[in-house]
Design a protein around this ligand. Structure first.
Ligand code: PGA
Length: 251
């Protein structure tokens, strides 16, 4: 049985005040989320604050990115050991905003993935196609290329301690969610691709859907066979919405 994961990607949003309000709301309603594991991924500068606020709860902490190097002259970056120091469990890698706005390649993402795994962090590897790629009918090729960057370096076993998030780029922050069938098709493709290499890893792999998930559409997405929760952007900034998405995993 795969435990569903609902992870909030706060992106570059929030202030101390708004984060305190958000965390207060999440802690208050946590008891209503029975099946899903919840995680929040704040901007790096707030990680320590969020870690102390979440102490004693079962909400996991994650980061939005990490560098692949252990230390040194990398102005503006943070390392896996820094994330470990403050109790991070997860790290989002290869988000489409990193890929498209900051030119991060499959190869760089794969190196970060390896560094994260070696440090005992759980990577949430984001994959997904642009609108024009979907229109050209090459969604599976794009997703396969993004996954192969990891599999070619480390083998499919590397995904054993990881999470994959399928996020069609055209659905991120646009209000245009993939239909449950569209998402399921790609999730099944991802699981099938991993299964060809390692059936056991594929069966245990949590594959999240991301892209305009809200309280109102989460249940229909999460009921699909190969969708094991969500990576939530905008809706994770609102405690009521975030908890509603978590509750959509309740059986
Ligand atoms: P969204 O973002 O929920 O605001 O579409 C998802 C993501 O980018 O992870």
């Amino acid at each position: 049985m795969r435990k569903p994961l609902v992870a909030g990607n706060w992106k570059m949003n929030g202030s101390l005040d708004s984060i305190n309000t958000l965390l207060g709301g999440i802690k208050e309603g946590l008891g209503n989320v029975s099946e899903a594991e919840l995680a929040v991924c704040p901007p790096a500068i707030y990680i320590q604050h969020v870690a102390s606020s979440l102490k004693g709860t079962n909400v996991a902490l994650g980061a939005q990115d990490v560098n692949d190097k252990p230390a040194g002259a990398h102005t503006g970056e943070h390392s896996v050991s820094m994330l470990k120091d403050f109790g991070c469990k997860y790290v989002i890698l290869g988000h489409s905003e990193r890929r498209t706005l900051y030119g991060e390649t499959d190869d760089f993402t794969a190196r970060k993935f390896i560094a994260a795994r070696e440090a005992g962090l759980v990577p949430i590897l984001c994959v997904g196609e642009l609108l024009e790629e979907r229109e050209q009918g090459i969604t599976e090729q794009v997703v396969a290329r993004q996954l192969d960057a990891i599999i070619d370096l480390e083998g499919a076993g590397a995904l054993g301690a990881a999470v994959v998030a399928y996020e069609p780029v055209w659905a991120i922050g646009t209000g245009k969610t993939a239909t449950p069938d569209q998402a399921q098709e790609v999730h099944a493709f991802i699981r099938g691709m991993v299964a060809k290499e390692d059936a056991e890893v594929a069966a245990g792999l949590r594959i999240l859907y991301g892209g305009s998930v809200k309280g109102s559409n989460a249940a229909e997405l999460f009921q699909m066979t190969d969708i094991d929760g969500g990576l939530i952007g905008g809706a994770s900034l609102d405690a009521t919405e975030f908890l509603a998405i978590g509750q959509a995993c309740n059986s």
